[in-house]
Ligand binder design. Sequence first.
Ligand code: FAD
Length: 536
Amino acid sequence: MYDYIIIGAGSAGCVLANRLSEDPSVKVLLLEAGGPDKQKEIHIPLAFPKLFKSANDWAYYTEPEAALDNRSLYWPRGKVLGGSSSINAMIYIRGHRADYDGWRDLGNPGWGYQDVLPFFKKSENQERGESEFHGASGPLSVSDLRCVNPLSEAFIAAGEEAGYRRNQDFNGEEQEGFGFYQVTQSNGKRHSTAAAFLRPAMSRPNLTVRTDAQVFGIYFEGNRATTVSFQQGAHSAQEHAEREIILCAGAIGSPQLLMLSGVGPAAQLRALEIPVVCELPGVGQNLQDHTCCGVVFECSQPVSLASAESLANLFRYLCFKKGPLTSNVAEAGSFLRTQPDCKFPDLQFHFGAGYFVEHGFQTFDGHAFALGPTLLHPYSRGEIRLRSSNPLDAPFIRANYLSDPRDMQVMLEGVKLSRALAGTKAFAPYRKREMHPGPDAKDDQALRAHVRKFVETLYHPVGTCKMGHDAAAVVDSELRVHGVEGLRVVDASIMPTVVGGNTNAPTIMIAEKAAEMIKNGARKNAADYSLIGAAR
Ligand SMILES: Cc1cc2nc3c(=O)[nH]c(=O)nc-3n(C[C@H](O)[C@H](O)[C@H](O)COP(=O)(O)OP(=O)(O)OC[C@H]3O[C@@H](n4cnc5c(N)ncnc54)[C@H](O)[C@@H]3O)c2cc1C
């Protein structure tokens, strides 16, 4: 018997497991479909693309995307302790303050920027020290890169040459500008939430962690979620939660599990002969993601990350945790506005000091660099549905990327800006030739064709169990699932709108805030109980 059962040991699940088990009087069970985070490529920062399509990756695919020449896009998602924080690019970005004020103004009290800032700070161990915007005593190491590539320096100089400001801290006063990213690394190694939050809590007697344990569904007594059924190896098992079940299975896994358990769009569930526990039409809807489109140049000097995997660099990394193997590929970036009337940045750049095309699967025998304009606030919305009632079947994912023409317009501006940046004096020592889209792409039509062919996910699907109080909302502002009891969703799926930046730090913040709400709720229940006792 457990007080809390957490489903999914990803970015959010590991934070919750730590925070809830801080109270020795509660018993917590954490269930994770993937295995322990033993593979060495998890811990060596530059190696993360080697985890793609490995045993640590769910390796989803979207349906053919109509606005992208009907391509099915590959979606990596971590299936291992740490979840996607164990396979991600480690960029530490919180988004724009207006993102959170926007969530609050959609009817979610307590989620404005000033409300969430303390939870970002709580989790953070900022290498540069404590400040108005940063914490330095949390479990998650946020560090400057230990080794920066000259091409990344050139990218920032190109931004300055083009008239943008240099930004030393994208998570500080102002998001806009060009600069280096900070990364979730500790001593040159990846600091996933498994490393930062789970590992220090593993020895607590009140926390049980089960890996290779895939949850198949949640059972209800009346409308109260009470029991989790899962498969571990060849064995099926069930566990009972005395207080709450907390879904942290991510933007794909959480809506999938809700629907498998009878919570979701009723007609779809009935069509699959799944008994409906609670009709919630928004489950799996409102899917939003960031898209990124590579603009790639051959480099005239042998300085890119292509030569990073030398024996000397491996030695440097293994002995001193230094050198290019500590790179996260996308070392530098920027946030900018493509139109003067944009109130805040609508475009982010991820600059790759190497030939990073098709998630690194396409190779080039030489040196190159890639500018990755990324759409921050998509208008297009997609959905996740069940394909069948079999929990082992991957769900149906339709992202509907760039289905709204306004999204294509921002991508187009991003491609043009990439060319302008690569054409600056700062890149003159490195620029050899444009490889993609290439010199033949001269007009907007050709550039749009390039976008359709090259756009990929920037790995930030969110929104499929959105927080709110409208008909499409799945959770309330305390992240409790509408219409049932004893069940919350705490992960990237609850974002009503995708934040203007990378999504790992925001997901960790969501879990920090949820942990406090859960603890406060438990305290209030205990106080109410003793008051009732006293009255009797
Ligand atoms: C390749 C890649 C690169 C990225 N780069 C960055 C970056 O540089 N910076 C950044 O901020 N963000 C980045 N992101 C995004 C960021 O990592 C995610 O937004 C974040 O990790 C989401 O956290 P989550 O808790 O919602 O889901 P996850 O971390 O994906 O966790 C979900 C967990 O639930 C488990 N699970 C799912 N279904 C079940 C089930 N049925 N039973 C049991 N367990 C289950 C999964 O195995 C997983 O461990 C990247 C993501 C990827 C994939």
